[in-house]
Write a protein that binds this ligand. Structure first.
Ligand code: PLP
Length: 367
């Protein structure tokens, strides 16, 4: 071992040494359907406007630390209820980390359901917070990934979590938990419940209108899935009493001047982005139908911009797709309930057609 390696392994926290780094595969040259990105680029009419704003940006200066105008715009565009504050993050990942840091009293627990977004568990580890989870239910032997409400309520009583994350809709399963079950969780919890609405643009419900009813509820959103993954911008919204405290932990310049400017330009055209989301929802329905017609494929209902599906030999199917130029996400081996599962982002109609053809071809060849 080199002296730096032995020094690092003696100084670093054990749980950091034991971690596997979050793996992002090289996607160069592939039809990229692995990361829930919006497949549509910025409308041409907007590009000039963005270029102009960027060209005259004062990048020699620190950005507006409060991002006042962007926050006002978010409030207006999304119709946030009166009295609800906004806290911006460098992606919502940063906000998960900020919440864990803020609530991690000695012995405090972060509770999640599984399978769900892996960053909840990873960030609990990063911050040294205790993590507990409740499995989603399985139906007649095959996972259908619904909330196990009795088990979740029992876990809340047992673990007394300081912080609960629920992805609404859930990733990587795509389903939207029943709102009344989420409400029961919020009502039973002594701790803070964060409803993570990363896929709000593709879903039929939101907890933002319910914020005023529950003092222990915050809603988190990101613009990543709506066409701004490259900007890194997410936000928390909820009662000012919470957000004023959390604001103290935010690094002063966490959202740079370019993301502030470009997001401002894009949000001025929020309707265009929502039209793209509507297109993606229509294409999701078409893709769902096509996948459900392929023998040997079980596809799960989704209110997000991706579909989860199960096949007999997921790693081989994943590799076969890759050889045919299509990159999706292999979830096999990530969690016992996801054995045989693959996740595909809804791309453009052309990308979806190429994916379906490659999948049929792969499955025929493997049979
Ligand atoms: C993608 C995703 C996020 C992270 O979004 P960023 O804003 O890009 O960090 C958070 N939660 C869920 C459930 C996601 O799927």
């Amino acid at each position: 071992m080199s002296s730096a390696a032995s020094l690092a392994s003696s100084l670093l926290r054990r749980e950091i040494l034991d971690l596997h780094a979050y793996h992002v595969p090289d996607s160069t040259g592939y039809i990229k359907l692995d990361a829930m990105e919006n497949p549509y680029s910025v409308p041409p009419a907007l590009r000039g406007e963005i270029a102009e704003a960027v060209a005259s940006a004062a990048i020699n200066r620190y950005p507006d630390p409060a991002a006042t105008s962007l926050k006002e715009q978010i409030r207006g565009v999304l119709g946030l209820p009166e009295g609800m504050e906004v806290l911006l993050g460098n992606g919502s990942d940063e906000l998960i980390q900020l919440l864990a840091m803020a609530l991690n009293k000695p012995g405090a627990t972060l509770l999640g359901v599984e399978p769900s977004f892996v960053m909840y568990r990873m960030i609990a580890t990063f911050t040294g917070m205790r993590y507990a989870s409740v499995p989603l239910t399985t139906n007649s032997g095959a996972a259908d990934f619904s909330l196990d409400l009795p088990a979740t309520l029992a876990a809340i009583r047992r673990e007394q979590p300081a912080l609960i994350f629920l992805a609404y809709p859930n990733n990587p399963t795509g389903n939207l938990f029943p709102a009344d079950a989420v409400v029961q969780i919020i009502e039973a919890a002594q701790g803070l419940v964060v409803v993570d609405e990363a896929y709000y643009a593709f879903a039929s419900d939101s907890f933002i209108p319910r914020l005023a009813r529950y003092p222990n509820l915050l809603v988190m959103r990101t613009f990543s899935k709506l066409g701004m993954a490259g900007l890194r911008l997410g936000f928390l919204t909820g009662d000012a009493a919470w957000l004023a405290q959390l604001e103290k932990l935010r690094l002063p310049y966490n959202v740079g001047i370019l993301p502030q400017l470009v997001a401002g330009k894009l949000l001025a055209h929020h309707a265009v982005l929502l039209q793209q989301a509507e297109q993606i929802k229509r294409d999701r329905a078409g893709l769902y139908r096509q996948l459900s017609e392929i023998a040997g494929v079980r596809v799960y209902p989704s209110e997000a911009n991706f579909l989860l599906f199960r096949v007999a030999n997921a790693p081989e199917v994943f590799d076969g797709l890759k050889r045919r130029g299509v990159l999706i996400k292999n979830l096999h081996g990530g969690h016992p309930m996801l054995n045989g599962c693959l996740r595909v982002t809804v791309g453009t109609p052309d990308e979806c057609a190429k994916f379906v053809a490659a999948l049929q071809d792969t499955i025929t060849q493997l049979a």
